[in-house]
Design a protein around this ligand. Structure first.
Ligand SMILES: [Zn+2]
Length: 286
């Protein structure tokens, strides 16, 4: 079920050829294709949505995050409705699907987007930036007025399985106090205690948390998923403070517009040099 639409959806992930990237296929609309790239970003508020010629693919961030976290460069994602399934609110079910399918090396080097110069963006008290680095790392700070959260920072380098251990399982969250406002906006129609951490005034309605700082870890998960719209793995250090989907995707489009800030490169490291797809089709669409 889609988190915001509440629409039932089935999804299947299939292998794709090297260089094709991540492409969504709406099988309910004659297989209409929407590439997971910045140019197709449409609405960005409480989730990131892609649109091409009026065809929508909503709430892409958790699956795209899972692809980056498992190193998948190329895949076809078939779905039969307009929003990706929310599942348990994290990226873990997607990671498990990918692992179930298996991962295939493709005989073509992976190209990375290596940050050459810093880019910083500030909007009120929101901040996001990316700095040159030899690997991909993310540092996120949130400041949420709730006794269980407050100011939290989480930093991680995406290497050696850290995504799977520390990020993938972190669930999305929302508070009972905001619920009606969001529902009045036509959002979170599919939300339930099974697919998000529900905050009450001073506690969590559906414990236990998967991590004491699950909230900020989920923001890292979202950020990685939104930055996947660059279409390439990043070599750089991303720092965010109270940003959100709109700033994440703004950073992506600013970066892509300014070719002096980055270069495309391959790396010598054997383990990181080849592009990857999944080994076999997996999911629910026949
Ligand atoms: Zn999320």
């Amino acid at each position: 079920m889609g988190l915001h639409s509440g629409a039932p959806v089935r999804l299947r992930i299939l292998p794709a050829s090297a260089g094709s990237g991540i492409v969504f296929h709406r099988v309910d609309l004659d297989g209409f294709q929407v590439e997971a790239i910045s140019r197709n970003v449409a609405r960005v508020s409480y989730a990131t949505s892609l649109m091409k010629k009026g065809v929508l693919i909503s709430t892409t961030e958790h699956l795209l995050s899972a692809f980056i976290g498992t190193g998948i460069d190329n895949a076809i994602v078939e779905l039969d409705n307009l929003e990706l399934p929310i599942l348990d609110g994290s990226a873990r079910p997607f990671v498990e699907l990918i692992q179930q399918a298996g991962i295939r090396k493709q005989r073509r080097p992976r190209t990375y987007l290596r940050i050459r110069h810093a880019l910083e963006m500030q909007e009120g008290n929101k901040f996001i930036a990316v700095y040159p680095a030899d690997s991909y790392s993310v540092s996120y700070t949130i400041n949420f007025p709730h006794p269980l959260i407050g100011k939290e920072t989480f930093s991680v380098e995406l290497a050696n399985g850290s995504y799977l251990r520390e990020i993938a399982a972190a669930r999305t969250f929302g508070s009972r106090q905001d619920e009606q406002t969001l529902r009045n906006m036509g959002l979170i129609r599919g939300a339930s205690r099974d697919n998000c951490v529900v905050l009450t005034k001073d506690n969590v309605e559906n414990p236990p948390l998967r991590f004491a700082d699950e909230f900020v870890r989920h923001k890292v998960l979202d950020l990685i998923g939104d930055l996947a719209l660059l279409g390439k793995q990043i070599l750089g250090n991303v720092v965010a403070d109270r940003a959100g989907h709109a700033m994440h995707t703004a950073l992506v489009s600013r970066l892509l517009r300014d070719r002096t800030l980055w270069e495309e490169t391959t790396v010598e490291d054997e383990a990181a040099s080849e592009s990857l797809s999944i080994h076999a089709a997996v999911g629910q669409l026949a």
